[in-house]
Design a protein. Structure first.
Length: 135
């Protein structure tokens, strides 16, 4: 499997995840990709950092811990609780998603499959999220 971790040097969570993977001896299994500008993030399809991708599929994003990412890389399952809560937490932790939600007055503006798949984690444990259209 190909593991990619998109990160920004100023992101505390990215730093924690990278250091945690290094301490566990898992960092060599991950391709680290720095995102230094908003344009790079958009081109990479990363809604937030850290943005963890396995074989081209987003599987985790902020808020995520080093323990959770290590479990994902090791092929384990991470209990995220309620998938809708996980999605909303991902939106709130993403400056881009939060700004778009506020600008458009609805979470429907960020109802993107990649953000939904990254919020609850690997596809084996993810539920399909389909935010309701605005009333």
């Amino acid at each position: 499997m190909a593991f990619r971790l998109y990160f920004h040097q100023s992101c505390a969570t990215s730093r924690e995840v990278i250091l945690g993977l290094s301490r566990r001896g898992l960092l060599e299994r991950v391709e680290l990709i720095p995102l230094d500008s908003g344009i790079e993030s958009l081109r990479a399809g990363a809604w937030s950092v850290p943005w963890i991708v396995i074989d081209g599929m987003p599987v985790a994003t902020d808020p995520v811990t080093a323990d959770e990412v290590a479990e994902i890389i090791s092929g384990g399952k991470v209990d995220v609780g309620d998938p809708l809560d996980a999605f909303m937490n991902a939106v709130l932790h993403s400056s881009l998603a939060t700004a778009l939600t506020l600008l458009h007055g609805s979470v429907a503006a960020v109802a993107d499959p990649s953000l939904a798949s990254a919020a609850p984690g690997p596809p084996s444990r993810a539920s399909t999220l389909r935010p309701s259209p605005p009333a």
